[in-house]
Design a protein around this ligand. Structure first.
Ligand code: GLU
Length: 494
């Protein structure tokens, strides 16, 4: 094992958005860098022009930053190993592909797609399941090759010459040693006829040139693992450490795809892109906490933790090789837990713009005053908007008399009891929730009514909401003057 400085990369293809599975790969990669004083690199793998989506780089960078995964080197930041966008690095790939050809470790293949399809068909008919049909131009003489070159207008791809016999042994940090039978392996294309590399060539060249110490990617790439190891060998380059992370799957198994989103245990659609998680109102620390639990364990039976705690103990040893299935209900629970653990100031900061958009100008003191009483009831954060309507709505919409009158009571009784509440509250010098609570309860006692028979009309008169924070705390924040004015108005209407 080498002791090279830790340099790791997240290498997405710009397909339009950051998939939650890719976000998890980015997170584990970033965590490893931060846990080892390493460098985290963002590299854009855009050599498959078919998959390119305009603006997706900006989109991905926004999503990564929302998660808090800042990179040290990357397209917008530069660094000593740039450029960090593969389409700007074509000359490297061409140079190294040609070098392999010169060394006899790769070759030019002139076969047309039709010829390849035909060869594949014949191989299958002959019962040859393994690879090799694509090897038709590997063993040409120089003369034959030159003839094909002229005949086909100099159009060729460069293929890697895989060893034909024996095995290829590779070592993955999560799975240990894996042995592949070479007879099962293809002569993969390294450089396409348009001069663009395939992933296989580009990933090896870039990881080497960027001095990547650990390659972190999902198990989807395991089948290409022996090819990549053989390409390193052909170049004579030292391999990085390989870490194949488990994929994350729908609860019922199967890939998480935007085209066919899967459902949670409760029948809800599970978001696929990070943007959808943002739109659903999840907090970044909850999403990061949840993703960390997908395939890695914190230990000590803890599922709730902060990222700075993870950095203290993150390593690849505790990665579970089995695919992880997304538990949406756990994200919801963690989200609530993170909100409850946030400072009131932080919550106020997030709520302020949301409330302002609905109610106009927001009094920060009132907002800070009510937060302790709504914290446990908001998940997601935007649940706060209807809860605090009584405090911030420009126009207070009073309750109807029907709403104010509890069952088995009449208007006259309610009017009397509200008048008595009014007198009690009006006399309070200290309008704290505790003082209100004490005196209103004493009144309940005195009247011989049930608590609800007093509290309910009082709540409707002053708060006028089906669901609200606790009554006295709400009135305290609302203030004595406003609370009493609403109460007076209600009494008059009864
Ligand atoms: N561009 C590849 C992908 O999007 C990256 C795989 C890797 O990290 O090597 O899946």
């Amino acid at each position: 094992m080498s002791n090279k400085p830790v340099r790791v990369r997240f290498a997405p293809s710009p397909t339009g958005y950051l998939h939650i599975g890719s976000a998890r790969t980015a997170l584990f990669t970033w965590l490893y860098a931060r846990a080892n004083d390493g460098v985290f690199i963002l590299r854009i793998e855009d050599t498959d022009q078919n998959r390119f989506v305009e603006d997706s780089l900006q989109q991905m960078m926004r999503s990564l930053r929302w998660l808090g995964l800042e990179w040290d080197e990357g397209p917008d930041k530069g660094g000593n190993y740039g450029p960090y966008v593969q389409s700007e690095r074509l000359e490297h790939y061409q140079k190294w592909a040609n070098w392999l050809v010169e060394q006899g470790k790769a070759y030019r293949c002139y076969a047309t797609p039709q010829e390849l399809a035909r060869a594949k068909e014949l191989a299958e008919k002959a019962g040859k399941r393994g690879a090799g049909y694509e090897r038709m131009h590997r063993f040409l003489s120089d003369r034959e090759r030159a003839r094909l070159h002229d005949e086909r207008g100099g159009k060729y791809v460069i293929r890697f010459a895989m060893p034909l016999e024996g095995t290829t042994e590779v070592y993955d940090k999560v799975r240990g040693k894996i042995v592949f039978d070479n007879s099962e392996l293809n002569d993969a294309v390294l450089l396409k006829s348009d001069g663009f590399p395939t992933y296989h060539l580009a990933v090896v060249v870039d990881d080497y040139l960027m001095q990547i110490s650990h390659v972190t990617r999902t198990t989807e790439w395991l089948p290409s693992f022996p090819l990549h190891a053989r390409i390193y060998e052909a170049f004579g380059w030292e391999q990085p450490e390989w870490v194949h992370l488990p994929v994350i799957l729908c609860p019922g198994g199967g890939k998480m795809s935007k085209r066919k989103p899967c459902k949670s245990e409760e029948g809800e659609t599970i978001p696929v892109s990070v943007d959808e998680y943002i739109d659903a109102g999840y907090e970044p620390e909850a999403v990061v906490n949840w993703l960390t639990n997908l395939g890695w364990s914190f230990g000590d039976d803890r599922e709730f933790f902060y990222v700075h705690e993870t950095i203290q103990r993150f390593n690849f040893d505790r990665i579970n090789p089995a695919p992880a299935k997304v538990p949406l209900s756990k994200l919801k629970a963690l989200n609530g837990e993170h909100i409850r653990a946030m400072s009131d100031e932080r919550i106020a900061q997030e709520l302020h713009p949301m409330l302002e958009a609905v109610y106009g100008e927001i009094d920060t003191n009132k907002l800070l005053g009510i937060i302790p009483h709504i914290k446990a009831r908001i998940n997601p954060m935007r649940d706060a908007v209807p809860l605090v309507k009584f405090l911030f709505a420009k126009e207070f919409v009073p309750a109807t008399t029907e709403q104010m009158i509890p069952r088995k009571m009449d208007a006259a009784q309610v009017k009397t009891i509200l008048q008595r509440c009014y007198d009690v509250l009006n006399n309070l010098e200290d309008f704290s929730a505790a003082a209100q609570d004490k005196h209103i309860r004493a009144l309940v006692e005195e009247t011989g009514l049930k608590t609800g028979q007093v509290f309910s009309p009082l709540r409707w008169a002053t708060i006028a909401q089906e669901v609200s924070p606790p009554l006295f705390e709400s009135m305290e924040v609302l203030g004595k003057e406003v609370s009493l004015a609403r109460l007076r108005d209600a009494i008059q209407r009864l």
